[in-house]
Design a protein around this ligand. Structure first.
Ligand SMILES: CCCCCCCC/C=C\CCCCCCCC(=O)N[C@@H](COP(=O)(O)O)[C@H](O)/C=C/CCCCCCCCCCCCC
Length: 211
C-alpha cells in the first residue's frame, strides 16, 4: 500500500484548483489526478493498464504546462482559448494534433465524472455495499459510453479485484469510517464544481466529443 496517499491531499488539490474567478488551474487538476493514481497503484497490478493511461495523459498536460507555451496552459480556460485560436485541436477526426491539451483533458474530465459518482456512492454506502458494484455502476453511468468493448470488459474484470468497503476506507487513510465519510462530504462539492465548470466550458466551445 502507498504510505503517502491521503484523501485529504486529493481534497486539498481540488480545493486549490479554482481561482477567484472560477478558472481551473491545470497544475492542481493534474496533481489531484496524480494522488488518485498513487492510490490506484496501491490496489495492485491489475489496475496498471488504467494507471498507465491516466499517467500518460497527466504527463501530456504537464509537458504543455512546463513547455515554451506553458503560460497558455495555466488554466483550462486559457488552454481552450489558446488551442482553439491557434487551430491546435483536431475537432472532428484525429489528424495533426492527436494529443492536444483539450482532447487529453477531456479524457480526464470524463473520468472525473466517474470519480464523482463513485465517491458519492461510497459516501452513502452501507456496511454490506460492495465496492465493485459501486465502481461498476459509476463506470456504466459515465466513462463506459466512451470506451470500446474490450476496454469495458477489462475494466469490469479489474473492478472485481477491488478490496471490500472496509479495506477501501482504510486505504483512503483519513481516519475512522465516519471521518472518511465526512471528508468525502467536503471533497465532493469541490470535485463537482470543477467538473461542472469544465463541462460548461467544453459544451460552450463544442468540445465534448473531441476524437
Ligand atoms: C479517493 C480515493 C477513492 C477513489 C480512488 C480512485 C482512483 C482512481 C485513479 C485513477 C482513475 C483512472 C482514470 C482513468 C482515465 C481514463 C481515461 C480514458 O478514458 N482513457 C481511454 C480513452 O483514451 P484515448 O484512447 O482516447 O486516448 C483509454 O482507452 C483507456 C484506457 C484504460 C482503461 C480505463 C478504464 C477506466 C476505469 C476507471 C475506473 C478506475 C477504477 C479504479 C478503482 C479504484
Amino acid at each position: 500500500m502507498a504510505d503517502s496517499f491521503s484523501l485529504r491531499n486529493v481534497l486539498e488539490n481540488f480545493k486549490s484548483c479554482l481561482s477567484d474567478n472560477k478558472e481551473v488551474y491545470i497544475k492542481y487538476y493534474i496533481s489531484g489526478w496524480r494522488e488518485l493514481v498513487s492510490f490506484m497503484n496501491s490496489l495492485g497490478s491489475v489496475f496498471s493498464f488504467i494507471s498507465k493511461d491516466a499517467v500518460s495523459k497527466i504527463q501530456i498536460l504537464e509537458n504543455f504546462l512546463m513547455g515554451e507555451n506553458g503560460t497558455h496552459y495555466l488554466t483550462v480556460q486559457s488552454m481552450v482559448k489558446y488551442e482553439l485560436d491557434n487551430e491546435l485541436v483536431d475537432l472532428t477526426k484525429r489528424g495533426s494534433h492527436p494529443e492536444s491539451g483539450c482532447r487529453t483533458l477531456l479524457r480526464l474530465h470524463r473520468a472525473l465524472r466517474w470519480l464523482q459518482l463513485f465517491l458519492e456512492s461510497l459516501r452513502t454506502s452501507t456496511e454490506d455495499s460492495k465496492t465493485s458494484v459501486m465502481c461498476s455502476e459509476a463506470y456504466n453511468a459515465s466513462l463506459a459510453q466512451h470506451h470500446s468493448w474490450i476496454i469495458r470488459k477489462a475494466a469490469g474484470l479489474a473492478f472485481c479485484a477491488l478490496p471490500g468497503r472496509d479495506a477501501f476506507f482504510e486505504v483512503m487513510n483519513a481516519g475512522s469510517h465516519q471521518e472518511v465519510i465526512t471528508l468525502l462530504g467536503e471533497a465532493l462539492p469541490l470535485i463537482s464544481e470543477v467538473y461542472q465548470i469544465t463541462e460548461d466550458l467544453y459544451a460552450k466551445n463544442k468540445l465534448l466529443d473531441l476524437p
